[in-house]
Design a protein around this ligand. Structure first.
Ligand code: OFO
Length: 181
């Protein structure tokens, strides 16, 4: 059983993950509108990743015998000046998410909630990869500069990213992970 404070904090994080999914879906749509199909695909994969992050939290709260209480999802922006701006914003957002998981971990430590502390470790590790991916693409975009040919090459390259997380959670995370193997 989670404390009321932890239940509310984890519910807040479900909302943050849903906003992340919404933000990357908006970026995917914008990239598609600009003819950047590879960027659109990359952000749609990221959308699925975020839904997985949200569902892991959702299931954990329920398994602890607590309640998931969904909140309104904030509207994301709908346009960006360039792919560079999209990835800079993505990195900034992921840095914010990292700070959320650090705070959640601090709370779990303070409450001596070892189960939640262990559960959160997966996210803390995942955030290193998330920020690393964004920094890598920002680096590629910096090298490309205003060169359209180079931008199209990046578009082709990052568009090959595939979804590695499950997308059907009707029978829980474990069953979804097994089915996705
Ligand atoms: Fe993009 O990160 Fe979720 O947790």
């Amino acid at each position: 059983m989670l404390s009321r404070k932890m239940e509310s904090a984890l519910n807040g994080q479900i909302n943050n993950e849903m906003y992340s999914a919404y933000l990357y879906m908006a970026m995917s749509s914008h990239a598609n509108d600009r003819g950047l199909k590879g960027f659109a695909a990359w952000f749609m994969v990221q959308y699925h990743e975020e839904m997985f992050h949200a569902m892991k939290l959702y299931e954990y709260v329920q398994r602890q015998g607590n309640s998931v209480k969904l909140e309104a999802i904030k509207q994301p922006p709908n346009t960006w000046k360039s792919p560079m701006e999209m990835f800079q914003q993505t990195l900034k957002h992921e840095q914010f998410i990292t700070s959320c998981f650090n705070e959640l971990t601090e709370l779990a430590i303070k409450e001596k909630d070892h189960a939640t502390q262990i559960f959160l470790q997966w996210y803390v590790t995942e955030q290193v990869e998330e920020e690393e991916n964004d920094n890598e693409i920002i680096g590629m975009l910096k090298v490309a500069g205003d060169n359209t040919h180079a931008l199209m090459m990046i578009d082709r390259d990052i568009g090959s990213r595939g979804t590695t997380v499950p997308t059907d959670y009707s029978r829980g995370i474990e069953a979804a992970l097994k089915a996705a193997q």
